[in-house]
Every structure is written in C-alpha cells, then in structure tokens.
Design a binder for this molecule. Structure first.
Ligand SMILES: [Zn+2]
Length: 262
C-alpha cells in the first residue's frame, strides 16, 4: 500500500515521542509505592544526580546521541534503554502504517504494540505487570473496536472475558497442583486487555502461543540450571499477542480448514 511520505514521517515522530513517554512509564509504574507512580509529576530528573532534565536534553534519541549517553550535569552514563525504547516505538508505528495504511487497524496495532512493549520490559526487569498498562489497554482496545460496530465490540468484550477467565482458571489449577501462585494477578488482567484487541479466538491462541514461546526459552534454562526460576510470563504472552494480532486471522482460518478437512 502506498502511503504518503509525510504521514510516515509523522507516524515516526509520534512513535518517538510516545516511546519517550513509555520510558517514563517503564521507570515509574514499576514503583511498588502507588503514591510515587505519577507519570506527569515530578518532571524528569537524572536518576544519578537528581538534576532536572531540560527539554533540549529530553528530545528522543537526538539528545542521547548529542550528550553521548551521559548526563549533562553529573556526566554519569544514561541507560541505552532510553534511546532503544524510543527507536523501537518509532519503528513500530512506521511499520504499522506501512502495513495497514492510515486505518483504524494501524492505530490499533500501534497502541497494542506500545503497551505490549511496556509490559514486556517491565515484567522482564521487575516480574510485575502494572495495572495502568492493563486498564488503559482494555479501555482503548474496546473503544477502538467500536469502529467495527456492535458485532466487533461484542467480540472484543467476549475476548476480554475469555482472557480473564482462562488465566484465572489456569492460575487456580496451577495453585492446587504446585501449591504456590502459578499466575500473577497482572497476567490475568493483561489477558483481559489483550482479548479486547484480538477477540476471544485470538486470546485463546495468544495463551497457547505464549506458553510455547515460554517453554522454548525456559525449559532449556531449567535443565541447565536445575533450579526453579521465576518466569516473567508476561514477556511471552506479549510476544504471543503480537504474533496473533498480525497473523491470528490467517492461523485461525488455516486451523478451521484443517478441522473441516479432517
Ligand atoms: Zn546526572
């Protein structure tokens, strides 16, 4: 699909700014103290010296490169994570625009991809999935589904319910079998959010895909280290959700034809 180059540049710039905001979310929402979770106050400061970061030092990617990855006041290194997240979100929005054109699906892909990235990074680093990602995503996913009329909306409400119920059930069974919490509340709410984007069939496929990805990575690690590890399941569910959003309809079509043929 040919897309106006101006729109591509706009999508990239929007993605960079959103990536910059996502960095703030990743940094602050993992704070267990709910009172310190405000995304807008106080303004960004250097985590090392506490000096406030001026707007010219807060331009996505550019500032990091100009400052050569160091704080202007104290000279201590600034994590590479910041420009990387900004670049990834920028590329994500451009890729979504090139793939789907200026459509609701493009917008949906950008929103879901950005939230999944925030969840995956936070879960990988802190083993938690902040509610803010889940509730924001749930509302935006259901809101965007309204553009497909009542049937589209109902499918996404069922998706949210199915995602919640399925992971809740897995968590209960896991709790009986392993005598410990198998599924965090964050994972359960996350799948309600994912269901609001991919519908009930997509959410079932996401849990399946996430389990496959998780096993591929963690079974070898478990065998190598011979000890129990905490699994950031949200990372693998996020990968599953991204794959299902892009290829889900094709996979489900193929599966239905496979069942009918058999
Ligand atoms: Zn500093």
């Amino acid at each position: 699909m040919a897309v106006d180059p101006i729109l591509v540049v706009a999508a990239g710039l929007w993605g960079l700014c959103l990536g910059s905001f996502l960095n703030v979310c990743i940094l602050r929402l993992a704070n267990e103290d709910k009172k310190q979770r405000s995304l807008f106050h106080p303004p960004s400061t250097c985590p090392r010296c506490g000096r406030r970061i001026a707007w010219r030092d807060n331009i996505p990617i550019v500032s990091w490169l100009v400052l050569r990855g160091r704080c202007r006041s104290c000279g201590k290194p600034i994590s590479m994570q910041y420009p990387i997240i900004e670049a990834v979100v920028g590329v994500l929005w451009i890729a979504a625009l090139l793939a789907y054109g200026p459509t609701v699906r493009f917008l949906t892909a950008g929103v879901l991809g950005t939230i999944l990235l925030g969840i995956a990074v936070t879960d990988a680093r802190h083993y938690l999935i902040p509610d803010e990602y889940n509730w924001t995503g749930l509302v935006l996913g259901l809101g965007l589904s309204l553009t497909a009329g009542v049937p589209g909306f109902i499918d996404k409400v069922l998706g949210a319910a199915a995602g919640f119920a399925l992971l809740y059930a897995v968590g209960m069974v896991g709790g009986w079998v392993f005598k410990e919490e198998a599924m965090g509340g964050g994972d359960i709410k996350m799948m309600a959010m994912v269901g609001a984007f991919v519908g009930w069939k997509g959410v079932l496929l996401t849990v399946f895909a996430g389990s496959v990805f998780g096993s591929l990575v963690y079974v070898p690690l478990l065998l190598l280290h011979r000890r129990k590890r905490h699994v950031p399941f949200g990372v693998f569910l996020a990968m599953g959700a991204a794959v299902v959003f892009v290829f889900g309809a094709t996979i489900i079509d193929w599966y239905v034809r496979f069942l009918r043929a058999g």
